[in-house]
Write a new protein. Sequence first.
Length: 172
Amino acid sequence: MKHINTQSLTMMALLTAFCVVGRLLMVFIPNVQPITATLILVTLYMGRLEAIVISSLSILITNFYLGMGVWTIAQIVSFWCVIYLVVLLDKWTNVKNNKVLQLILCLISGLGYGFLISVMLAPIFGVTNFWAYYVTGMSFDIMHAFGTMFFYILLKSPFIYLMNKEMKKRGS
């Protein structure tokens, strides 16, 4: 098991706070928030354990404000699936070094997250025609996908700068 030191824990707390504040500030634009992009970056540059902790805490904390329900579990599980998708894709393709793949990953993550949420919640809400239910909400998934791309482009350079700065501090 990976040992989490005080510096990693502090970074995880700050990134969780960033995700929470970002989601709450962007609530006026449905499904557009920095969490997914942040989790992709955390997974690629810090690791999946850190991303899982940040995703879970971010959803739990924001849902205290936005509304807690069965969808909270679906949101957490969907983010875990996105994190594992990033891990697998990075293993197979080294996505960190390919900007086009990174943007495709953002699109797939946004669309996949929405699909997984729909798959998990449709039976709970008693939906009999899944595809009609899913297609009806697809515009929100598209907004999520393009929002993730936007935030990824916006956050990638500052994130890498901070990660490199942190690594230099640890090395000295």
